[in-house]
Design a protein around this ligand. Sequence first.
Ligand SMILES: *[C@@H]1O[C@H](CO)[C@@H](O)[C@H](O)[C@H]1NC(C)=O
Ligand SMILES: *[C@@H]1O[C@H](CO)[C@@H](O)[C@H](O)[C@H]1NC(C)=O
Ligand SMILES: *[C@@H]1O[C@H](CO)[C@@H](O)[C@H](O)[C@H]1NC(C)=O
Ligand SMILES: *[C@@H]1O[C@H](CO)[C@@H](O)[C@H](O)[C@H]1NC(C)=O
Ligand SMILES: *[C@@H]1O[C@H](CO)[C@@H](O)[C@H](O)[C@H]1NC(C)=O
Ligand SMILES: *[C@@H]1O[C@H](CO)[C@@H](O)[C@H](O)[C@H]1NC(C)=O
Ligand SMILES: *[C@@H]1O[C@H](CO)[C@@H](O)[C@H](O)[C@H]1NC(C)=O
Ligand SMILES: *[C@@H]1O[C@H](CO)[C@@H](O)[C@H](O)[C@H]1NC(C)=O
Ligand SMILES: *[C@@H]1O[C@H](CO)[C@@H](O)[C@H](O)[C@H]1NC(C)=O
Length: 368
Amino acid sequence: MLDLAQRIVLCALLGSVYASCPPRCECSEAAHTVKCVSRDLRSVPTGIPGYTRNLFITGNQISRIGPESFKGLENVTNLSLSNNRISEVESNSFAGLRNLRSLDLSNNQLAVIHPEAFTVQNQSLRELNLSRALYNHSSVMDLASSLRWSSLGTLRGLDLSDNGLIYLPSRIFSHLTSLQRLQLSNNSLVSIHNSTLSGLERLEELDLTLNALKTVSEEGLQELDSLPDTTLLLLGENPFTCKCGIEPFALWLNRSQGRIRDAEDLMCAFPVSMRNTSMLAVGTLTLGCHQRNAGADIALQTSYVFLGIVLGFVGLIFLFVLYLNRKGIKKRIYDMRDACREVWEGYHYRFEIDSGPRLSQVSSSGDM
Ligand SMILES: *[C@@H]1O[C@H](CO)[C@@H](O)[C@H](O)[C@H]1NC(C)=O
Ligand SMILES: *[C@@H]1O[C@H](CO)[C@@H](O)[C@H](O)[C@H]1NC(C)=O
Ligand SMILES: *[C@@H]1O[C@H](CO)[C@@H](O)[C@H](O)[C@H]1NC(C)=O
Ligand SMILES: *[C@@H]1O[C@H](CO)[C@@H](O)[C@H](O)[C@H]1NC(C)=O
Ligand SMILES: *[C@@H]1O[C@H](CO)[C@@H](O)[C@H](O)[C@H]1NC(C)=O
Ligand SMILES: *[C@@H]1O[C@H](CO)[C@@H](O)[C@H](O)[C@H]1NC(C)=O
Ligand SMILES: *[C@@H]1O[C@H](CO)[C@@H](O)[C@H](O)[C@H]1NC(C)=O
Ligand SMILES: *[C@@H]1O[C@H](CO)[C@@H](O)[C@H](O)[C@H]1NC(C)=O
Ligand SMILES: *[C@@H]1O[C@H](CO)[C@@H](O)[C@H](O)[C@H]1NC(C)=O
């Protein structure tokens, strides 16, 4: 009997330990949720119950995440680590979370991201939020290699907004072949190149609002055209500069209105005089600029042709005059030759006469 009582106590103890909640966290078994919010935690607490599906460890002071951080948490589907001070994520930190679907690392200071940082054993990850998560633009190379090596072929949504990105390394997204939503808003992107967006074969939405695009080059337009036809684009709040050279972009905008969700709202930002002009109207307005250029070219070409004709004509007349005067010219040339010969002979003669006394002088002085 005592034995049984002991066993019951032991079981109860074990049960309470099993169902326990780490200090400074709130656990709800019914909701499969654990929250450790704004509690000054410096590392991921141990003892998070195995039933946890939604895990929020937000607003703390965690600075590093490694493979030991999340052990035995196979049921976690949503993990938020936002608003910490995470500066380093090691490879395979989340690998054991084999049901992880949504990972939120927004509002951190990632400076070191190891190549397999986002690997999840079961390739179950669907959403990755890295909004305002990078320490500075320099982290983008680490980010590119981790997107390459973390087996994210099933990722659907990637949020890279608010990161101060200046450019995107070539082919940075090329392994995200299932990606449907890509947020790049509120960065400092100045251009799109021909392999910036390669590989995004399933993209449905690309948000480029609040960047530093003054225009989009023909190369960039080709790149945007290479996205699936159904991809919706957002391009608002960029400092579009409406001067000569922007027409291809403006015409492209007009042509692609159907897939640009905020097409109607796109305005010139510069020059100040055009600040309130719709980008869709720019095509026709600056066509003037295009025509003036073309007109100048044609005028220039015409003047060259005219100059050529005049010069040719002058040359012909010259030759004709020469031809008409051929006898006179011949005569004059003979005359000139004779004159020359006379002069030459005269000179020669004088030289011989002159050289006589000098020679005799030299010889006479030699005699002395
Ligand atoms: C995960 O959840 C399943 C079903 O709710 C449960 O049987 C299993 O024990 C849980 N895993 C852990 C490590 O607790
Ligand atoms: C978990 O993440 C999914 C997206 O994958 C989201 O739709 C859902 O609302 C999240 N659940 C919780 C409790 O945050
Ligand atoms: C792998 O992930 C899927 C959901 O993406 C889940 O249904 C399945 O149970 C997972 N497999 C294992 C072994 O955890
Ligand atoms: C990512 O996190 C930020 C800040 O926590 C939030 O505003 C944004 O909606 C999230 N992105 C997605 C796609 O859920
Ligand atoms: C980013 O921060 C690191 C470390 O402080 C620094 O060395 C690097 O120059 C910074 N990069 C940029 C683009 O500011
Ligand atoms: C853009 O991102 C910066 C941080 O990079 C943030 O301070 C600012 O509030 C963001 N702006 C908007 C409109 O979200
Ligand atoms: C990208 O464009 C440049 C010049 O516009 C060209 O030389 C290069 O071959 C292009 N690369 C690809 C992959 O299309
Ligand atoms: C822009 O145009 C709208 C009408 O189209 C006008 O109401 C608004 O005052 C204008 N804003 C500026 C800054 O010119
Ligand atoms: C935009 O394209 C339409 C044809 O799709 C054309 O009728 C219209 O004039 C164009 N607008 C401008 C401003 O170029």
